[in-house]
Design a protein around this ligand. Structure first.
Ligand code: TYD
Length: 138
């Protein structure tokens, strides 16, 4: 089972254009402690290559598109983010890679924790070892 969910944000549009609001406890199911965005990603670049021990995140391509690869240690899935109303909620032990960024892509990420390098697993084998350890403790 994957620990991910797609959130369909409501677009509040009128004749002037569109607006999406993201609010903690309403359409973001965690306390929001950090927001960052990835842009100007060079052609062919793959980012990420890490998992988190304790982090909830929502990723949204607010402009352009990119593909999110999520890997739970058993299966890999690719999710195309190509609409500002589409949020990818990830939690738990998931290896992620982001690729196929369009030139104009702005990838917004909303996170439940402050930046903490000690929460990262940047080695794929260590990630697999952690998945096995968690399975044993279930
Ligand atoms: P990195 O983790 O390599 O980005 P990605 O996983 O998306 O490819 O982050 C790039 C740099 O930015 C790295 O030096 C860590 C720093 N950083 C912060 O300072 N704060 C943050 O919230 C994030 C996500 C990264």
């Amino acid at each position: 089972m994957y620990n991910y969910e797609l959130i369909n944000f409501q677009t509040l549009g009128d004749e002037r254009g569109s607006l999406i609001a993201i609010e903690e406890g309403y359409n973001a199911p965690f306390e929001i402690k950090r927001v960052y965005y990835i842009f100007d990603t060079k052609k062919g670049v793959i980012r990420g290559y890490h998992a988190h021990i304790n982090l909830k995140q929502i990723a949204i391509a607010v402009k352009g598109s990119c593909t999110f690869v999520i890997d739970n240690g058993k299966q890999r899935e690719e999710i195309l983010l190509d609409n500002p109303n589409k949020g990818l909620l990830i939690e738990g032990l998931i290896w992620r890679e982001m690729k196929d960024f369009s030139e104009d892509c702005v990838l917004l990420v909303i996170a439940s924790e402050h930046y903490d390098e000690t929460d990262y697993i940047r080695d794929y084998q260590k990630f697999i070892d952690k998945v096995i350890e968690n399975d044993k403790n279930k």
